[in-house]
Design a protein around this ligand. Structure first.
Ligand SMILES: [Zn+2]
Length: 269
């Protein structure tokens, strides 16, 4: 035992693990919030289940915030959890936002300014889900939510040329800035696919952070790990995911470690 570690007192209660207090912030990944009846990719959570999941967080004295707010809190982020909604589905405004407001939570919505009012054509199995229009993106920002970029059109950025990559990162940032009146701080890699070149492009485009899913050795402020949340996630499963996130911090190399490898996460988009 280290000299500066006090010996446990015989009458002290056993210490309980509190994974969300660990070094890397805990960030949850949502996509669509609506009826999950037809959901081959497991990206849809019902409004009732979202309500239940946010109640679970509150029961653990965690408050949901956007990722910028989470990162700004620094050491004070102990009671915070990042909430993210990828792809900019139109159901965010009607289904997710009322639930977030009921809990007093905020979130980051990663939108696709190259597909205003479009659909999720990148998912071959469907179902087709409408995306936010430009006016909707303004409403999301006006509601106090953080708007971040998911690129222009939801492409695998690791497969693009340097010029295409620059457009997906830099031009999407400019378009969102024009819509909301402020340049976005956050970027999110489509499919969670990121390699060193892509992470460097996000940084060069002016973002302050970027979200991945399971970035492995690329783990850094520009490849933040996140936990996918599904309709099946309730008490014990959420607890297990929180614990797994905490353990991942123990097994991951130091932030900023350089690697040429690409982080490919299975599952969600
Ligand atoms: Zn996506």
């Amino acid at each position: 035992m280290a000299a500066d570690t006090p010996a446990p007192r015989a009458d002290a209660p056993p210490s309980r693990p509190r994974p969300h207090t660990r070094r890397q912030p805990w960030i949850l990944t949502y996509h669509s919030v609506t009826d999950p009846g037809d959901d081959p990719y497991g990206i849809t959570v019902s409004p009732d289940r979202l309500d239940e999941q946010l109640s679970w967080l509150r029961g653990r004295r965690l408050r949901g915030v956007g990722v910028s707010e989470l990162l700004r809190a620094g050491a004070g982020r102990r009671g915070l959890v990042g909430l993210t909604f990828d792809d900019g589905y139109a159901d965010f405004l009607d289904e997710a936002l009322p639930v977030l407001r009921r809990h007093g939570f905020r979130a980051t919505v990663f939108v696709l300014p190259g597909r205003p009012g479009g659909v999720n054509e990148w998912d071959p199995l469907g179902p087709r889900k409408p995306l936010l229009t430009h006016e909707d993106v303004r409403r999301v920002a006006a509601a106090g939510m953080e708007v971040g970029s998911h690129g222009l059109c939801h492409q695998d950025l690791t497969a693009l040329t340097d010029e295409e990559l620059r457009r997906e990162t830099r031009h999407s940032r400019e378009l969102i800035g024009d819509l909301t009146g402020s340049l976005p701080e956050g970027f999110c890699y489509p499919y969670g696919y990121v390699d060193r070149r892509v992470a460097d492009a996000a940084r060069t485009a002016g973002y302050g952070y970027a979200c991945a899913l399971a970035p492995g050795p690329l783990l850094s402020r520009f490849a933040l790990p996140r936990t996918h949340i599904s309709q099946a996630d309730r008490g014990v499963r959420l607890w297990a995911k929180d614990l797994r996130h905490g353990l991942r911090q123990v097994t991951s190399p130091a932030a900023g470690h350089r690697s040429a490898g690409r982080a490919r996460a299975g599952g969600p988009r």
